[in-house]
Design a protein around this ligand. Structure first.
Ligand code: IPM
Ligand code: MG
Length: 359
């Protein structure tokens, strides 16, 4: 029997709740395809800090490194807001991305026809939207040195460094062009080259790499304009590639096209098959244990794991179809609820989708 090792990092708040639903769906896939998923649970974020006084203990990193895929919920809780920056839960997320060299973050924003009415935007605007945002994940102002807060001439001064090397841009550009080749061969690179030197290099390298992919139609857009265009006419986009911070912001914005942050999955990939899969949403600690959060983003992240780390493309399609069919039957978690539908909780949504996978 084929078997895959998965490190489960539930994290904080509702993270463990949604990961549990993802596991249900993976187990249904395992049953259907005769594959054995072996899980090892480790701590990350505030949960790890409680036990180890660090949000990213070595045991967690080594478990992740020796597994076939990492399945993560979310990190962070307001109760850790006063901790020093080096031990805050968010630091663990950046740390594990770096430790596993997960430089390519794929964030699809696809509007399910069944949910067009859940979007705050006009149906004709969002119907048919299918965008893949590719966010560089291990560079930029997130990791650039020097950084800090210090007193300069008696004035408190905070600074970070937005920095990219040509190699970092080149490798994410290759991922982007390869992804675009498998989609509709349209790639938009988002930068701020009218102001930032680092963006001018970004653009130069993306253009260089484009020579190797003559079939892909490449365009460039400034990030402020892209933020506006994503709402004005989202269907103009297919694949978007951008740096770490622009991608962070634009992907949250893009989640409002399908209508809820609870719907968007992500895959963080390296050069190897090892990837990390997590919903793009946060830990929503106020909702912990209330059985109300939407597990679909996490379940769709499991589908990405099947596809990108395990090569189980058909199983990934099954999970997506199961999500669609459950939505079609009218089941909704509170975040996507509209009148006339049937309201369900986190665990029921997971059960319904898992059952549909096997059906
Ligand atoms: C995300 C999150 C993280 C980020 C935070 C929690 C560190 O917003 O994955 O988009 O900024 O990358
Ligand atoms: Mg974010």
């Amino acid at each position: 029997m084929k078997s895959f090792n998965i490190t489960l990092l539930g994290g904080d708040g509702t993270g463990p709740d949604v990961v549990a639903e993802g596991v249900k769906v993976l187990n249904a896939v395992g049953q259907k395809y005769g594959v054995d998923f072996v899980y090892e649970e480790e701590l990350i974020g505030g949960a790890a800090y409680e036990q180890y006084k660090t949000p990213l203990p070595d045991v967690t990193v080594s478990a992740a490194k020796s597994s076939d895929a990492v399945f993560l919920g979310a990190v962070g809780d307001w109760k850790y807001d006063t901790l020093p920056p080096e031990v805050r839960p968010e630091r663990a997320l950046l740390g594990i991305r770096k430790a596993l060299n997960l430089f390519a973050n794929l964030r699809p924003a696809k509007v399910f026809e069944e949910l067009v009415s859940s979007s705050p935007l006009k149906p004709e605007l969002v119907s048919g939207v299918d965008i893949m945002i590719i966010r560089e994940l291990t560079g930029d102002v997130y990791f650039g040195q020097p950084k800090g807060v210090e007193v300069r001439d008696g004035i408190r001064t905070g600074f970070n460094n937005m920095i990219y090397t040509e190699d970092e841009v080149r490798r994410i550009a290759h991922v982007a062009f390869k992804t675009a080749m498998k989609r509709s061969k349209k790639l938009c690179s988002v930068d701020k080259a009218n102001v930032l030197d680092v963006s001018r290099l970004w653009r130069e390298i993306v253009i260089e790499v484009s020579k190797e992919y003559p079939e892909v139609e490449l365009s460039h857009m400034y990030v402020d304009n892209a933020a506006m265009q994503l709402i004005r006419a989202p269907k103009q986009f297919d694949t978007i590639v951008t740096g770490n911070i622009f991608g962070d912001i634009l992907s949250d914005e893009a989640s409002m096209l399908p209508g809820s942050l609870g719907l968007l999955p992500s895959a963080s990939l390296s050069d190897s098959a090892l990837g990390m899969y997590e919903p793009i949403h946060g830990s929503a600690p106020d909702l912990k244990g209330k059985n109300t959060v939407n597990p679909i983003a996490t379940i769709l992240s499991a589908a990405m794991m099947l596809k990108y780390s395990f090569g189980m493309d058909q199983a990934a399609c099954d999970v997506e179809s199961a999500v669609k069919s459950v939505l079609k039957s009218g089941y909704r978690t509170p975040d996507i609820y509209v009148d006339g539908m049937q309201k369900v909780g986190t665990t029921q949504m997971g059960d319904l989708i898992a059952k549909e996978v096997i059906a």
